[in-house]
Design a protein around this ligand. Sequence first.
Ligand code: RIB
Ligand code: CA
Length: 323
Amino acid sequence: MERVFLIDTDTASDDAVALIMALRAPDVRVEAITVVAGNVPLEQAVRNALYTVELCGEAIPVYPGATAPLRRPLQNAEFFHGKDGLGNQGYPTPTLTAEPRDAVDAILETTERFPGLTLVTLGPLTNIARALERDPLLPDRVGRLVIMGGVACTVGNITPAAEFNLWVDPEASRTVFDARFKTELVGWELSRWEATLTHDEMAMVKAFDTPLAHFAIDCNATAVQASQRQTGDPGLDLPDPVAMAVALDPTICTRRSRHHAMIEADSELTRGMVVIDQLGVSGEPYNQAVWGDRAGQDPWVEVCWAIDVPAFKTLLFDTLRNG
Ligand code: RIB
Ligand code: CA
């Protein structure tokens, strides 16, 4: 049975690869793509999304969303993805154009039309938080909310405590995590170490010699340099494609458990940090001031702790080989 996906993205180089994976998935219909400022300013992210959709020969509607976080100035990741977000490769202007409607309208209307759809977020959660402010019943219409964000341990790629997507707009992140979505958290750490694409694997993908294979590697040219400076990991980390792989095939997440989780939004030291109640203590009376009335609630954030790396890479490589 065909599954309906709605993807929210701050389209830079790893987002673009994740979009290709969804657009090429045989049993998935991407009903809409909503764009949020994050890696790059909104206009550039919209352009990158349109370029990627066009490269796949599709005509999926792309809706512009928030130009900045709810209550903070935007801090982008051009240092990582390049000024254009796609490795400064000078890709041409897409001929496709964005929809005139706002991303929030698209999120609310699409979930009305396709209740139970899978919502995959690849960027800051500003659009989702704005949609929740408009319609608090949104979580009831979302079958799965798969968030690329956070880390399920205290490490960060933008601060020592936080991952970029949840750090950019921590107020929005808190709003979304406090809402009772059926949330699946795919943390940045899952894209590291053996999940990175080695240089041999990147050369293998280039040798597929398909337009999508060349694009997927070339547009990550600055990201691979930045990634190795940042982590020293052996190759290119692709957090959004990891999250998309879990969205496309839930079995790729090999270890998951459900917990209460909250986002820090007040302290600059831990801004955007995901605090996961692994031992189930948030319901204790001494935690009520912070964690509220979660004591009698079943936790709703499902944390992915491990992925099947070979299965992730097979899905990615098959997509690009056939592209
Ligand atoms: O921290 C990695 C995340 O931030 C990825 O989604 C990347 O595209 C950026 O949005
Ligand atoms: Ca992203």
